[in-house]
Write a protein that binds this ligand. Structure first.
Ligand code: NAP
Length: 290
């Protein structure tokens, strides 16, 4: 079997065209969605992520604001910037690029963001709403994966979804969203014993570990759908996922590549969340958060 490719670039493009239309509609009533990104320090990966987020938001017609702060910024100064953005009516989405320098408490900063502008979906209030199935901003990576599965026609109800990884931004919320769509969900992590015995049962296997080409054909059931969240560098410095694509595509029925899979969807969902925040702030809310 050679797996069907789940193309995050194409699906993301389709979705961004819809978002762009949504932005144009809002602009007719003089409401321009605004996304503010706070970048602390000079981490090269963070700079690239932020650049891509800004570029994408401008492409769909949003206002984009970047606040660059030195790595030496104090926690209070950073909190003051967040507060200013909370009070700025032209800003509908606030994103603080993580990780932050060690002297700053990330939890405190996330909690300082107005939950109505928390387009990353990391604020505990929004995480709680997601857990109980209320409308809220969903975290972008798992939300993007749900959208990919939907647009690829992958059936979720009654399927066994196995997730490797239990981070707050990917693994944990991923399981919740799949559960809400009636999958049977198993979480695996670094303390899981005999990992393949679990992953081999997966109809849908989501891999979010952060280790290059860790998952091979030996972890995958024939015909499974494999979603690779990982973003790593291989021995030649080339971008690669957590899944060994060449081996996995021989057994999977469908698989996401890296690059060109989950990554583009993550940014797209950030734009979708920002649009929804603006629609809600400008009184044009549509009931389409999930
Ligand atoms: P993380 O916070 O480091 O979490 C990694 C998870 O993998 C942890 O739960 C860990 O288990 C588990 N793990 C580590 N080694 C394992 C092993 N040998 N067997 C089974 N489980 C193992 O990472 P993350 O933020 O979720 O990100 C995961 C990957 O996705 C990274 O490569 C990251 O760069 C990438 N990512 C991509 C996007 C995107 O848009 N494409 C977005 C976010 C993240 P414990 O909990 O037991 O430590």
């Amino acid at each position: 079997m050679t797996a069907k490719l789940i193309d995050g670039i194409a699906i993301g493009k389709e979705l961004r065209a819809e978002i762009k239309n949504g932005v144009s509609e809002l602009e007719e009533s003089s409401c321009v969605p605004g996304l503010a990104v706070i970048l602390v320090g000079e981490d090269p990966a963070s700079q690239t992520y932020v650049k891509n987020k800004q570029k994408s938001s401008v492409e769909v017609g949003m206002k984009s604001e970047l606040i660059r702060l030195p790595a030496t910024v104090t926690e209070q100064e950073l909190l003051d910037h967040v507060q200013q953005l909370n009070n700025d009516d032209s800003i509908h989405g606030i994103l603080v690029q993580l990780p932050l320098p060690k002297h700053i408490n990330e939890d405190l900063v996330i909690q300082a963001i107005n939950p109505n502008k928390d387009v990353d979906g990391f604020h505990p209030q929004n995480v709680g709403k997601m857990m109980i199935g209320q409308e809220t901003f969903l975290p972008c990576t798992p939300h993007g994966i749900m959208e990919m599965l939907k647009r690829t026609g992958v059936e979720i109800a009654g399927k066994h979804a196995v997730i490797i990884g239990r981070s707050n931004i990917v693994g944990k919320p991923m399981g919740q969203l799949l559960l809400q769509k009636d999958a049977t969900v198993t979480y695996c992590h670094s303390r899981t014993k005999d990992l393949p015995s679990f992953t081999k049962q997966a109809d849908i296997l989501i891999v979010a570990i952060g280790r290059a080409k860790f998952v091979t054909d030996e972890h995958i059931k024939e015909g499974a759908v494999v979603i690779d969240v990982g973003m790593n560098r291989d021995e030649n410095g080339k971008l690669c996922g957590d899944v060994d694509f060449e081996k996995a595509e021989k057994v999977a029925s469908a698989i996401t590549p890296v690059p060109g899979g989950v990554g583009p969807m993550t940014i797209t969902m950030l734009l979708k969340n920002t649009l929804q925040s603006a629609e809600s702030a400008c009184g044009k809310a549509k009931n389409n958060l999930q």
